[in-house]
Design a protein around this ligand. Structure first.
Ligand SMILES: Cc1cc2nc3c(=O)[nH]c(=O)nc-3n(C[C@H](O)[C@H](O)[C@H](O)COP(=O)(O)OP(=O)(O)OC[C@H]3O[C@@H](n4cnc5c(N)ncnc54)[C@H](O)[C@@H]3O)c2cc1C
Length: 311
């Protein structure tokens, strides 16, 4: 049995590790942080192809992931399907909508459009609540005889020596590990709030004024910001104010949300997801740079990695 080491324990590392186990490989995860300390643990996480490239590949991964989430919908593991309004304009990537299963996506009628939005889809999409879903995936990985080692990997040379095959799922950590100048942080601040009686949806059509609402089982996530090349991990009151102002301005809510927690995360943004074998270390495969859509595409990438390694 071939053995593989996956570096990284976020949504990309965990889904990759599980798909490799399903192919009969012996898998271990090596990561600086356990799943509950990763970026992946802090976010929404709704199926929404946002700030991820190139669209041809990522729409395909998103579509594969959509189907996989159908199988993942079980009570207690945090995966549900919810109605979601996605605003778009003439420049948006809307090809994902063409790949949606029949009956799950339609154009919103004028009376259904939130204030300030001219065009939108109404779809039924997966929601994977990280607080439930990541522990579920980690347990599943361990039950499948997976092992976990908490360790930082400091160079690609060191990574290559870890195993016969190594999959690099280090998210933004790959910037330092691979000396990758194409990888940049895209800072997002979000508000975890008490549940609200308003529809879930996202408007990413106004550059620098990202706005979204994700209703989850016990709370509501309201976002957000999308500041490129910003490493600031501190919560900024000015961003909280902007997020609330946008929510009130779009008319979806008449009252201010009750904030439980303010959260900041750095999206691993790249002009394209790095999804290839390393030139210098051919036993290392890179799977990082999933921008604002790691949850949206994770299973799709994992399925493709497993297919590649099996050949
Ligand atoms: C505010 C915000 C909201 C978001 N909302 C959504 C959403 O609703 N839907 C969606 O699909 N996406 C969303 N995203 C994007 C999503 O969070 C990311 O794309 C995804 O979490 C990336 O996952 P990852 O596993 O690649 O990285 P991470 O979760 O960052 O995990 C990286 C792993 O690699 C490890 N690591 C890093 N460097 C090293 C090293 N040198 N040695 C060993 N281990 C290392 C880390 O410790 C960690 O275990 C959001 C992002 C932000 C910031």
């Amino acid at each position: 049995m071939k053995s593989v080491t996956v570096i990284g324990c976020g949504i990309i590392g965990l889904t990759t590790a599980i798909k490799l186990q399903e192919k009969g490989l012996k898998v271990r995860i090596v990561a600086k942080e356990r799943f509950n300390k990763t970026l992946s643990s802090k976010v929404g996480a709704i199926w929404f192809p946002f700030e991820i490239y190139p669209k041809e590949k990522t729409n395909n991964w998103a579509s594969l992931a959509y189907k996989e989430y159908k199988k993942e919908t079980k009570i207690g593991n945090g995966v549900t399907f919810i109605p979601f309004i996605t605003a778009y304009d003439n420049e948006s990537n809307t090809d994902w909508a063409l790949k949606m299963p029949k009956g799950t996506t339609r154009k919103a009628t004028p009376s259904e459009l939130p204030k300030g939005i001219e065009m939108a889809f109404i779809s039924t999409v997966p929601l994977a609540e990280p607080g439930l879903y990541l522990p579920h995936l980690f347990e599943r990985f361990i039950e499948n005889k997976g092992t976990f080692i908490q360790q930082e990997v400091t160079s690609l040379e060191e990574a290559a020596k870890l195993d016969e095959l190594v999959i690099n799922c280090t998210g933004l950590g790959a910037k330092k590990l691979c000396n990758d100048n194409a990888l940049q942080p895209m800072r997002g601040q979000i508000l975890r709030c008490k549940k609200m009686d308003i529809p879930s949806g996202a408007d990413s059509t106004k550059k620098g004024a990202l706005s979204y609402i994700i209703n989850r089982s016990t709370d509501c996530v309201i976002g957000g910001t999308d500041y490129l090349d910003d490493w600031n991990l501190q919560v900024e009151q000015s961003d909280t104010d902007i997020i609330i102002d946008r929510l009130l301005a779009n008319g979806l809510s008449q009252q201010k949300p009750e904030i439980i927690e303010e959260i900041v995360g750095l999206r691993p943004k790249r002009h394209e997801v790095r999804f290839e074998f390393d030139n210098t270390y051919p036993s290392v495969f890179h799977n990082y740079g999933h921008g604002g859509a790691g949850f949206t595409v994770a299973w799709g990438c994992a399925i493709e990695v497993a297919a590649l390694l099996n050949n």
